[in-house]
Design a protein around this ligand. Structure first.
Ligand code: UDP
Ligand code: MG
Length: 313
């Protein structure tokens, strides 16, 4: 039987790009030996995207549309698409043609050679602004230091996912999600395709700097417990330092009767005592953080294991 490939495209204010992408994609996929379905997830666009989508879906029954009631963000749009796709594999593309459909045969080749996840990696990023470039450099540096899952720098959402990966992905129940992070967490056999994205045509990228920063923050929180623990470590450090200074003052002034004539003032002593107490409070916060971390792990309710294949059940 012919295998079915789903193409999943999140759309947010892309009225000009939709017909272009559709033509381009259709040209590529009709030359392949696979059946296809094309799922557009309209993520609450405020322009004419909806009309454009309806137009093409009237001519082509392979087009499926999911329309959100408002803008939920790309991560959620991709999730909804994966929940609704039927393919033996699903390829995720951006609507702005920055993920060239011409690469699709390469993705499918790697898939047929056994890869369960094929990831598109950007191999040039001259178009990014300096701020975005430095931001992304530090983002990957930090996140790979503090989180249990490694994220490959410059990997994009241009990906192919095998059916096994999609089924496992559908078991995630956490709400604040970073799509790439979750896919990377899942494991599975991966392969990579390098490409240089063309300039975004029509309109500006819809991810503003602020939106990117929010995304980065929620990645840190959802992929790592480190920020919670930092307060605790800081507290222990402060307690130790203040404790040492305090003991020194105590010994010097009251036990040895100030042999070095240091004359610690009352306010200096008060400052050290305060610092010591602050340290204790912070350490306690760190302790509470550990409990919260525990609760956090329970409530995000990640699947506790991921199975690739079961036999003779
Ligand atoms: N997108 C979306 N919801 C949003 C923002 C973006 O579905 O809130 C879609 C957008 O239509 C495009 C893709 O996500 O298909 C990537 O968006 P963009 O090109 O702005 O991001 P970048 O290329 O900078 O990663
Ligand atoms: Mg783009």
């Amino acid at each position: 039987m012919e295998k079915l490939i789903s193409y999943l495209i999140p759309v947010y204010n892309e009225e000009k790009n939709i017909p272009l992408l559709y033509d381009n994609l259709k040209k590529t996929v009709s030359g392949l030996d696979f059946d296809h379905e094309i799922i557009f997830v309209n993520d609450g666009s405020q322009d004419n995207s909806n009309q454009e989508l309806t137009n093409i879906s009237r001519q082509d029954e392979k087009i499926k549309i999911i329309e959100f009631s408002r803008n939920f963000g790309k991560e959620i749009a991709l999730t909804a698409g994966l929940h609704h796709c039927h393919g033996d594999a699903c390829i995720l593309l951006d609507a702005d043609l920055q993920h060239p459909p011409e690469l699709i045969p390469q993705f499918l080749d790697k898939w047929q050679n056994g890869a369960e996840i094929v990831i598109g990696i950007r191999d040039n990023n001259n178009q990014k602004t300096f701020i975005k470039k430095t931001g992304s450099y530090f983002f990957y540096k930090i996140i790979n230091k503090i989180s249990e899952t490694q994220i490959i720098p410059d990997s994009t959402d241009y990906r192919l996912l095998d059916r096994v990966v999609i089924s496992e992905f559908c078991r995630f129940t956490e709400r604040n999600r970073i799509f790439r992070g979750l896919i990377d967490w899942l494991g599975f056999k991966r392969d990579y395709i390098y490409f240089s994205p063309p300039e975004r045509i029509n309109s500006k990228p819809s991810y503003s700097l602020l939106k990117l920063i929010k995304l980065a923050l929620s990645s840190f929180i959802s992929l790592s417990l480190m920020p919670l623990k930092i307060a605790g470590y800081l507290g222990i450090l402060i307690t130790l330092i203040a404790g040492m200074i305090g003991s020194f003052i105590l010994a010097e002034k009251y036990i040895l009767n100030d042999p070095w004539q240091m004359n610690f003032s009352g306010s200096a002593i008060l400052a050290v005592i305060t610092l010591f107490l602050v340290g204790i409070i912070l350490s306690c916060l760190g302790l509470i953080a550990l409990y919260i971390a525990h609760i956090h792990c329970e409530v995000i309710n990640r699947p506790i294991y991921v199975i690739r294949r079961k036999e003779n059940f």
